[in-house]
Design a protein around this ligand. Structure first.
Ligand code: ATP
Length: 893
């Protein structure tokens, strides 16, 4: 018999599991050996060897290797071996860079792996879906992706979207009854839920029947392995630019070779020099360094509790001009405590902090015992009944397992001496309509000891007032009249203005026979309003500062919340989000507006309250139409469209659903707004660092080409020999450029306006900086060469060594200039220790090459005398002083 045909009890037996306790740890270990892990086999990855060889597939590198081979055959062994060695070292470096990039991307993937809530040893725990095993009892709710194939044993309004498997995009309603029939397709199996499908509504519990490649998804796994594109806009722009640079480099090298030959240089020497120059001048390593810089930045973000799921987001982060943030849990702590209760014109306060179930009830100054006050007792009882939260102790502190709002209601009930056990004796829950943030309420149908059926609804007070027929007022039912309504609304406003998050409780008698067929509207319309429970949810302490820093950085913070307008307003004021002139808008106003109308005023609004997730999309669109780059947070399944269409979708690591995480490009491990700010700061920094090393590398390359080109035009000998050019490419261009990628942000990154997303690689003067500095580096090197050649006309190797040292020194000094948009003197030059080490090691390597006798024949160098170092250092530092001069001159003005 198949699982879908079996009764629940039979499955429990046949899978040898227990619906109350789940599997035991020992049993899981035994089954693991038998069934393995719950994962789909991945497509083959590129092997390490292949990756290594792919480093040499570059056309110019192949030409260089061929040229070297020829020079080897012609007897130039030392040159040939040295060049091949350098090419290989370069290849290794490229290989390690790419491996590192790949590994960190893989690590990222694992960090954001989906989790599953399973029952093990009698407790609900969260585990990564890979560890789920056959016989496990798992639970899921709206927004979760199902972790394995399961047979359902509980389904509350459960709807699952199975399009990944069946192609049917409408969600399927699920139930737990056995299904029989011939030739059933997956779509017909109403009592099964399948790996990879998505819960769109309700909640449920199921027992795992198959895992990994044995699941329905596993059978079609090959078809769904789609690689996501991981290149960022900048990487693509650099690729484009790379093509142009290659052409320019080749043309210029061609010129160098051509003019050299015309000027009477030997053809073979010019060819080798030309190819070396081309290899050095083509910034083939640039994309890899960019990837490494991006992924290192991503690692730094992880330390700050932000996980970037899509690499392009790193860049977009730096452009963000608006952050739309949820209130509860992101701006506030999501640690709720009921402090006020209201019913029928009376108010009670409750003492106690956090989730500790210890506190007293007061009316005014007078202490009361809740069970002696009917309305209060009913308010607390129903708040606890219509509730899934559990209170647990961990390390001697009380924490809530479940929704914090419900946790607060539970704790309020416990403070009044109520208990789950005693409630379970008196009431049986027969049906549930789970909470969703569009209805803004949740209901249950209950049978009491006398067999009477009634429903309990809890939810947003202003919504529930609208649905009430009568109001409980001092123990008596009053039909809803304008006067009573006004009083209730007055109480809601008063509590909300004090930043309280309020939940209203209502009930309704139900006819027993009708229960099965009832839908939400039947129980949630025409209810009796009992009263309110108001809870505090303190703002996160670090948020106020973060909002302020964002403002300074030209980034506006907008609060979007499902909570009451006045509660939202009060908290937005406390956090500095709502300023005097800003507007507050609610869901009703939003409903009445088209996107283009919203667009007109959206810049003035900083709080959207009582909105549904569906409104978020409208807000994103309006902001984007105004030219904003929008970061949008969200946690629920309905938030996914807005998260997806925003420029930076931000999901919550703790409370977020799988669906919201999957649509996001950034996940906050701590659900904290301040983390978005840190991520933006890091995003800006990464981009600036990439600019820094583009500036450094390209200016160096321009310098290298120009020195050769001008020498040829001036009919001079070659100022640098091929191996020296390759050395510069490997050492000077390699380490310091990497170190620039690790630079700390300049002090004012968060005081600049956001970058324009379409900004080109050479924007903000970078192009000019590259070309002018390239000219200066080339010029300084050529001058050093000429002066030295003039004094030692019969000792070309000496002049070449001086030129080599000048080129290296000019670049190593330039690298410090690259750290700042203004001048080297605007920052502490020792602020980046990686760079200091990189420069020092390049210097030492240069000195070794010049002064170690055994290396001299390889690199065609000779020892330089001390006085010439003055010339070298003087000439190579001229550009920096010129730049600094203009910086100070501007500062004076
Ligand atoms: P944010 O959108 O900032 O996260 P929020 O939590 O208030 O804020 P929703 O989760 O959409 O937004 O909740 C909307 C309203 O529904 C709340 O203000 C509250 O009155 C009510 N509510 C929240 N949680 C529950 C629940 N578990 N049961 C019943 N009603 C709830």
């Amino acid at each position: 018999m198949k699982f879908h045909e079996m009764r629940q009890e039979d499955i429990e037996q046949s899978l040898n599991t227990n619906y109350q306790e789940g599997l035991s740890t020992e049993e899981v270990a035994i089954r693991r050996k038998q069934f393995g892990y719950n994962q789909l086999e991945e497509a083959e990855k590129q092997s390490a060897l292949l990756l290594f060889f792919s480093q040499f597939k570059d056309f110019m590198v192949l030409v260089l290797l061929a040229a070297t081979l020829i020079s080897g055959l012609l007897g130039e062994y030392i040159d040939a071996i040295a060049i091949i060695a350098i090419v290989f070292i370069n290849g290794f470096l490229g290989f390690f860079q790419e491996r590192k990039a790949e590994r960190s991307l893989q690590a990222l993937k694992e960090l954001s792996a989906p989790q599953v809530s399973v029952l093990r040893d009698g407790k609900w725990v969260k585990i990564v879906s890979k560890d789920v095993i056959i016989g496990d009892v798992i639970r899921f709710a709206s927004g979760d992706r199902i972790g394995a194939d399961v047979r359902l044993i509980e389904a509350n309004n459960l709807e699952i979207e199975e399009s990944a498997l069946t192609g049917e995009s409408l969600p399927v309603t699920k139930s737990t009854n056995p299904v029989n029939g011939e030739n059933m397709s997956l779509g017909d199996l109403e009592n099964m839920a399948f790996m990879g499908t998505m819960v769109t509504r309700g909640n449920g519990i199921g027992v795992v029947t198959s895992i990994g490649m044995k699941t329905a998804m596993g059978q079609i796994a090959d078809m769904i392995q789609n690689a996501e594109t991981m290149t960022t806009p900048l990487q693509r722009r650099l690729e484009e630019l790379g093509k142009i640079l290659i052409t320019v480099a080749l043309v210029l090298t061609g010129l160098v070779v051509g003019i050299g030959v015309i000027q009477g240089h030997d053809m073979y020497t010019m060819f080798l020099a030309g190819v070396s120059l081309a290899v050095a001048a083509i910034p083939e390593g640039l994309p890899a360094i960019v990837t490494v810089a991006l992924s290192l930045g991503v690692q730094r973000m992880i330390k700050k509790k932000a996980i970037v799921r899509k690499l392009p987001a790193v860049e977009t982060l730096g452009c963000a001009s608006v952050i739309c943030s949820d209130k509860t849990g992101t701006l506030t702590q999501n640690k709720m405590t009921v402090t006020h209760l209201w019913s029928g014109g009376r108010t009670w306060t409750v003492t106690g902090t956090g989730y500790e179930p210890d506190g007293q009830f007061y009316t005014g100054e007078k202490r009361v015992t809740p069970h002696s006050e009917n309305a209060l007792q009913q308010l607390l009882t129903f708040g606890m009944l219509c509730n899934h939260a559990e209170l647990v102790t961990r390390e001697k502190t009380f924490i809530v397992d479940g929704d914090p709002t419900e946790g607060a209601l539970l704790v309020a009930g416990l403070k009044a001496g109520l208990s789950r056990e005693s409630l379970q004796k008196k009431f049986t829950i027969v049906k549930e309509f789970p909470f969703d943030s569009t209805r803004k309420m949740m209901s249950i149908i209950v049978v009491d000891q006398n067999g009477k059926h009634f429903s309990v609804t809890k939810g947003a007070p202003d919504v529930l007032v609208g649905k009430s027929e009568s109001i409980l007022w001092e123990g008596r039912l009053q039909p809803k009249s304008p006067e009573v309504t006004e009083k209730v609304e007055g109480a809601i406003s008063e509590m909300s203005s004090n930043a309280l998050r309020n939940i209203a409780i209502a009930y309704k008698p139900i006819k027993e026979r009708a229960v099965e067929a009832l839908v939400e509207e039947d129980v949630e319309e025409g209810v009796t309003f009992i009263g309110l429970q108001g809870m505090i949810d303190p703002p996160r302490p670090e948020v106020k500062q973060a909002v302020k820093e964002c403002r300074a950085a030209g980034i506006k913070t907008v609060m979007i919340t499902g909570d009451h307008v006045l509660t939202a307003k009060a908290i937005a004021k406390q956090l500095g989000i709502l300023k005097n002139k800003d507007r507050v808008m609610d869901g009703k106003e939003l409903n009445a507006m088209e996107v283009h109308e919203l667009e007109e005023i959206v810049d003035e609004v900083s709080v959207f309250a009582r909105v549904s997730p569906e409104h978020k999309l409208k807000i994103v669109k309006a902001l984007q139409n105004r030219g904003h780059v929008v970061a949008m947070t969200g946690d629920g399944v309905n938030d996914a469209p807005a998260i997806k269409s925003s420029d930076i979708g931000v999901a919550m690591g703790i409370t977020g659903t799988d669906v919201s995480k999957e649509s996001s490009s950034l996940v906050l491990l701590d659900d904290n707004f301040a983390t978005i700010k840190s991520a933006i700061q890091e995003g800006r920094n990464i981009y600036e660092n990439i600019r820094k090393f583009i500036r450094y590398l390209l200016a160096s390359n321009v310098g290298e080409i120009l020195v050769m080109l001008f020498a040829m035009i001036l009919a001079l000998p070659l100022p640098l020999v091929p191996i020296q050019i390759l050395w510069v490419n490997l050492v000077t261009d390699g380490l310091p450029a990497m170190a620039l990628g690790l630079d700390k942000p300049e002090d004012d990154v968060m005081r600049r306006k956001p970058r324009h997303p379409k900004e080109g690689v050479f924007a903000r003067g970078l192009g000019w900086k590259v070309v002018s500095r390239g000219f200066l580096i080339g010029g300084a090197t050529l001058l050093a060469f000429m002066l030295s050649y003039k004094t030692h006309p019969d000792h070309l190797a000496y002049a070449q060594t001086v030129a080599f040292a000048t080129l290296v020194m000019a670049q190593l000094i330039h690298v410090f200039d690259c750290r700042s948009e203004v001048s080297v003197f605007s920052r502490n030059p020792f602020g980046n220790m990686y760079l200091v080490f990189a420069v020092l090691s390049s210097l030492i390597l240069m000195l070794l090459v010049i002064y170690i006798p055994s290396l001299q024949p390889i690199f065609h160098t000779v020892p330089i005398v001390l006085k010439d170092w003055l010339l070298i250092i003087g000439l190579s530092s001229v550009p920096t002083f010129l730049l600094a001069g203009s910086f100070f001159a501007r500062k004076k003005q």
